[in-house]
Ligand binder design. Structure first.
Ligand code: MN3
Length: 250
């Protein structure tokens, strides 16, 4: 601003007291800085479900959805915030934490993974989600697995044989579609050693993810995990999967 314009601008300020305008400018600047700090240290938040708790009935029941979202997912968010608070991890994005998880404490791996995995999982389901993917994703599945039926059976098998708690995934890995699974709340984005049963088997960008922890199905299906896995195909949001596929590095 040129000197003349500054004088004009000052002249236009209302004179409340001798220090009024300056003081209020300082207060505004300070408020802006505080807001900037708040944003930098933004805490992780539980996302709102994109549908009602009963939207996936009868395949996934309302009570399971409500407890899964408000108790389990919420606990991952709360514990992740606790784990990063006051550390150099505070303010980092979830993606950044996942990509460097081998450097961070196990509480960040478990709760950060839990937050990332569930945030994705909710968006991969919808009411009346039955059907098969079309377009580029449909073609890529046929080319990678032979047919949609062959892909489905490979994915179902990965979900069924994952021992204990974990996830089954369809990922883009080195340009190819691959079915894999992870234990606990690990996911294929984590920079963990691959190839062992105790860690992520394959790294890649998730296109589909299925939660096979007992808390995801036990109220309705008890020990019948294969039945839950089979019914999940009625609520898959293939539009979301296609969107993730279009954005994934090929
Ligand atoms: Mn879960």
């Amino acid at each position: 601003m040129k000197r003349r314009k500054i004088i004009m601008a000052l002249g236009a300020m209302p004179i409340v007291s001798a220090f009024g305008p300056v003081q209020s400018t300082l207060e505004n600047l300070s408020k802006q800085n505080i807001k900037r700090l708040d944003n930098a240290m933004a805490k992780f938040e539980l996302p709102v479900l994109p549908y009602a708790y009963d939207a996936l009935e009868p395949y996934i029941d309302k009570m399971t959805m409500e407890i899964h979202h408000t108790k389990h997912h919420n606990a991952y968010v709360t514990n992740l915030n606790k784990a990063v608070e006051g550390t150099e991890m505070e303010g980092k994005s979830l993606e950044d934490l996942m990509a460097n998880i081998s450097k961070y404490p196990v509480a960040v791996r478990n709760n950060g993974g839990g937050h990332w995995n569930h945030s994705l999982f909710w968006t991969l389901m919808k009411q009346n989600g039955s059907g098969e993917p079309s377009g580029a994703l449909g073609d890529a599945i046929k080319s990678a697995f032979g047919s949609f039926t062959d892909f489905k059976s490979q994915f179902k098998s990965a979900a069924a044989i994952r021992f204990g708690s974990g996830w089954a995934w369809l990922v883009v890995s080195s340009g190819k579609l691959v079915v894999t699974s992870t234990p606990n709340q690990d996911n294929p984005l984590m920079d963990l050693p691959t190839g062992q049963a105790s860690v992520a088997e394959v790294k890649g960008t998730p296109i589909l993810g299925l939660d096979v922890w007992e808390h995801a199905y036990y109220l309705k299906y008890q020990n019948r995990r294969p039945e839950y896995i089979e019914n999940w195909w009625n609520v898959i949001n293939w539009d979301k999967a296609a969107e993730l596929f279009s954005k994934a590095k090929k």
